[in-house]
Design a protein around this ligand. Structure first.
Ligand SMILES: NC(=O)c1ccc[n+]([C@@H]2O[C@H](COP(=O)([O-])OP(=O)(O)OC[C@H]3O[C@@H](n4cnc5c(N)ncnc54)[C@H](O)[C@@H]3O)[C@@H](O)[C@H]2O)c1
Ligand SMILES: O=C(O)[C@H](O)COP(=O)(O)O
Length: 629
């Protein structure tokens, strides 16, 4: 809380009012707040909040000055108008490197309290402006609620943010920031350490010798050189693992829906489909995030596709493997060995079948645990938390859009439309990735400067990227994420007929230089292309490739290209009806009567593979795709 400051003197020079505050008063202060709107206006501070959250705030935090310069020449300011705010409190709930702590201590009171129970954390949190954690502390909705609105920043000293309730954070206006780069090499090195240890039975042999045995034949291993390793998830960690595996003389293949071909080429890595990676690999190294799409991506079905005797390393997230399936695959010899750093539940139970399996070696989530990585992570997160406390837009923010409420209200349906178009567009791209060049066209009757498209662009990026990422995307981080992933996004404005009452007539998303799973989604210019609009307040899909359609985007969508002829709607509707799949909407777009037509069917439930196959085998149907929303 603040105390009124005494202004020791004030002077004006060339339209700038300088308010001088006693230095002693500002020692240790993190900010000075001009608490009276009237005074602020008198001083010509049009954007008081900006000054408070921005330059004034930051300047004081970095080095308390004794003067504040504000525009305006009227300096009849009462001392009560300025308030000095004490340092924020940052709770460091898990061990953090010294460099980060030092940085935090410059601007904050730092409370290092490790191993707090959930109850103790809730009891403490209402006294904290920020909290910093690793993967071992859960910041749940209860924690946010217990903070009574004081908690403004959560810093995750690492990459994965699955231990923070982002929805609750966003709802409560709390910014969450992470440290996505500093532990990359450590995680990759740990992956390689586990790979070598696995191949040469290092852990088992070590335990055997220490127990007094000398079993040289029992621990004969396998060589790495000339073997094929599949890197699944060719992001930051995966690329570093690939580079190192090349150095070990391995043949490296990788699968990643967003893998940049040039990066793969530069490292000498062959990009392949998921199934091909499974079929060819002697070793599999997992580096994808845990998302709904990757949850238990290794299951009985997947293990049935691997080369018998494959060896698996997981330093990503335990949840990407169905652990019961892995036990079965190990017991049957389908998987020869596994090395695991991460588990669905951490720590796992003492008698966990996987942990105790003789062909499994384990470490307690040590991927990021090197002295160097922890110093780097500590600095990266401390900088992000300090910046966030000072009101800066954090580059590694993972939530919390900041948009004026009236803009949000007007754009609300278009925000949903934008995200859904992104989500559909990426599903139309054929596997193997390559999504790079995206063009967004806004068709609007409004003047070009009367439409803030940042949020729409962010939501399209969210729709495109979130299905294959554990990064949560919003206005704060969308452009950063897009840049990191090498997405080139261009925006176009087109004047449209219509009233200026609606901000937009339609939005079109085009993805260039890719192939489509549904060739009719390709526009004449060779892009995957989709457009949508708002009708009666509801997002609708209005265009697929060069076919005009009209289907409400509330459930999922089946797109089906056919030779236009009578009875098609009945046939398809009948097949879906037999399966109890409710159709919410149906629309047919055609080039001309009895020629090609695209039928779009909105469905409330996901149809089975069998019924989709039946629709696909109707003789007039030429291609079909199911798109989830
Ligand atoms: N064990 C540890 O201590 C440790 C340390 C660091 C990172 N990690 C974990 O490793 C993972 C990767 O980290 P990163 O920094 O490389 O992240 P990243 O975002 O740079 O890379 C992840 C990659 O996975 C790809 N991907 C998404 N879905 C996929 C799928 N279905 N199949 C294949 N690839 C897919 C993404 O396109 C992306 O390129 C994260 O889950 C992270 O939490 C663990
Ligand atoms: O997501 C991460 O950064 C890693 O899993 C490391 O987690 P940790 O900070 O708990 O070591």
């Amino acid at each position: 809380m603040g105390a009124p400051a005494q202004i020791s003197s004030a002077r004006a020079a060339r339209g700038i009012a300088i308010l001088e505050l006693p230095r002693s008063l500002l020692a240790g202060a993190r900010a000075a707040r001009i608490s009276s709107g009237a005074v602020a206006r008198k001083l010509g501070l049009v954007a008081t909040r900006h000054i408070l959250g921005g330059s004034l705030h930051r300047g004081l935090a970095a080095k308390p000055p004794c003067a504040i310069a504000v525009e305006g020449s009227d300096i009849s300011v009462r001392s009560q108008a300025i308030e000095v705010i004490s340092k924020p409190t940052v709770l460091v709930a898990e061990k953090l490197g010294e460099a980060g702590l030092e940085l935090l201590r410059k601007v904050a009171n730092v409370d290092c309290s490790y191993n707090l129970s959930p109850e103790d954390l809730c009891a403490k949190i209402s006294l904290c402006d920020a909290v910093i954690v690793r993967s071992g502390t859960k910041i749940t909705r209860e924690v946010f609620e217990a903070s009574n609105g004081r908690l403004k920043v959560v810093g995750r000293a690492g990459v994965g943010i699955d231990n923070v309730d982002l929805q609750a954070a966003t709802e409560m206006g709390c910014l969450v920031v992470n440290a996505p780069t500093a532990n990359t090499v450590a995680a990759a090195e740990h992956g390689i350490a586990l790979l070598a240890a696995l191949a040469r039975n290092v852990a088992q042999a070590n335990a055997s010798v220490k127990s007094g045995k000398w079993q040289r034949n029992k621990f004969t291993g396998v060589s790495l050189v000339d073997k094929t390793i599949a890197v699944l998830g060719f992001g930051k960690v995966g690329s570093e693992v690939a580079r190192r595996a090349k150095g070990l003389g391995m043949h490296v293949i990788a699968h990643d829906p967003y893998a940049p071909a040039d990066r793969a080429r530069a490292i000498g890595v062959e990009l392949v489909s998921f199934d091909e990676a499974l079929a060819r690999a002697d070793f599999i190294s997992l580096h994808m995030p845990l998302t709904p799409a990757t949850n238990k991506i290794f299951n009985d079905e997947t293990f049935a596709k691997v080369k018998k005797g494959v060896r698996i390393v997981n330093v990503a997230r335990g949840g990407v493997i169905d652990e019961n399936s892995l036990v079965r695959a190990l017991n049957s010899g389908i998987v020869a060995q596994a090395a695991l750093d991460v588990f669905t539940k951490e720590p796992p139970e003492k008698d966990d079948k996987l942990v105790q399996h003789e062909n499994v070696i384990v470490t307690p989530h040590l991927g990021a645990s090197t002295a160097e990585a922890q110093e780097g992570v500590a600095l990266e997160i401390a900088e992000a938390v300090v910046g966030a406390l000072q009101g800066e837009l954090a580059a590694t923010a993972v939530n919390a859009p900041m948009v004026p409420s009236e803009v949000l209200t007007e754009l609300a349906p278009y925000i949903t439309l934008a995200e859904r178009l992104g989500k559909l567009a990426v599903q139309l791209v054929a596997g193997g990735g390559g999504v790079k060049d995206i063009t967004i066209s806004y068709n609007s009757a409004r003047a070009p400067d009367d439409l803030d498209t940042r949020l729409l662009r962010a939501m399209i990026v969210k729709g495109l990227v979130e299905p294959v990422s554990d990064t949560h995307i919003n206005l704060v981080n969308a452009d950063y994420i897009a840049k990191q992933r090498g997405l080139r996004i261009s925006e176009e404005r087109h004047p449209a007929e219509g009233t200026e009452a609606a901000p937009l007539e339609s939005i079109e998303v085009r993805i260039a230089n890719v192939e489509s799973r549904f060739s009719s989604a390709m526009s004449d210019s060779g892009d995957v292309s989709l457009a949508g609009r708002i009708k009666d307040g509801v997002p609708h899909l209005s265009q697929v490739g060069s076919f005009s359609i009209d289907v409400s985007l509330e459930g999922s969508v089946i797109l089906c290209r056919q030779v236009d002829q009578p009875g098609m709607i009945g046939k398809v509707g009948g097949l879906l009806g037999d399966e109890n799949v409710n159709i919410s909407f149906m629309s047919v777009g055609r080039t001309s009567p009895r020629q090609k037509a695209v039928m779009a069917i909105g469905v409330d439930d996901e149809p089975s593979k069998e019924v989709l196959q039946k629709i696909g085998s109707i003789s007039a149907v030429e291609e079909l795709v199911f798109l989830k929303l």
